[in-house]
Design a protein around this ligand. Structure first.
Ligand SMILES: [Zn+2]
Ligand SMILES: [Zn+2]
Length: 226
């Protein structure tokens, strides 16, 4: 909702900071997906877990870019049709549901992995709020409805956390699915938002995000949360 507010209040400086969150979150998410979630999922589910990783990746593409006429991460700056806004919301609801599944699946492995995944998801929640609110406004919705959409994404994340405990399929394959979802969000949603921009700042923030993942992991281990 904070991301949504930055759009509806047209807070230019806030949006600039959130652009940094996109790059930082991308680095952090890719680091945790490749270095932590992927090996953990394969250790638990064997090589068949790899198929669920792929499934998670494909599922996000299906919901965000196949059934959706127009969607990309970051602030929407041109006019889009109303239906583009609605389908972007549906696609992002599925994505945010799996954000919640990822957090819960992490905690099922260890407190450390749960906390690391929580940070990874938290980092791209501001850009997520910006994305959905701006596409709603670009599609002609009122600021109130734009904020409401951001709130729905937050709620879907919490529902994903709760559902993981009750749906056997998610309890079993949630970790592998969220590895695929996290790789998609990092590599295919967030990275394309800044890879065309010149200069060293955003790449430095991106690499810094990946480095920070290892720093937080060591910090949590030092705190004995391993
Ligand atoms: Zn656009
Ligand atoms: Zn997300």
């Amino acid at each position: 909702m904070a991301g949504g507010l930055a759009v509806t209040q047209s807070a230019k400086r806030g949006l600039k900071v959130i652009e940094g969150f996109v790059a930082f979150g991308a680095g952090y998410m890719l680091a945790i997906a490749f270095a932590e979630v992927l090996p953990e999922a394969i250790e638990r589910g064997g090589s068949s877990a790899a198929v669920f990783v792929l499934l998670g990746y494909l599922l996000v593409h299906l919901s965000q870019h196949t059934l959706t006429p127009h969607f990309h991460f970051g602030e929407e700056t041109h006019r889009v049709s109303h239906s583009a806004g609605v389908s972007a919301l549906i696609g992002l609801l599925l994505h945010t549901f799996f954000d919640g599944v990822a957090i819960a699946s992490g905690f099922l492995v260890s407190t450390e992995l749960g906390l690391l995944l929580f940070i990874a998801i938290f980092l791209h929640k501001l850009p997520e709020g910006v994305t959905i609110s701006s596409i709603q406004i670009a599609g002609g919705s009122t600021p109130m409805r734009a904020l409401g959409s951001a709130a729905m994404l937050g709620a879907a994340t919490v529902i994903g956390v709760l559902a993981t405990d009750y749906i056997g399929f998610l309890t079993e394959h949630g970790l592998a699915l969220s590895a695929g979802v996290t790789i998609y969000v990092g590599a295919s949603n967030l990275v394309p938002e800044f890879q065309g921009k010149r200069g060293w700042t955003l790449p430095a923030v991106f690499f810094g995000g990946a480095g920070t993942f290892f720093a937080t992991k060591w910090a949590l281990q030092a705190l004995g949360l391993h």
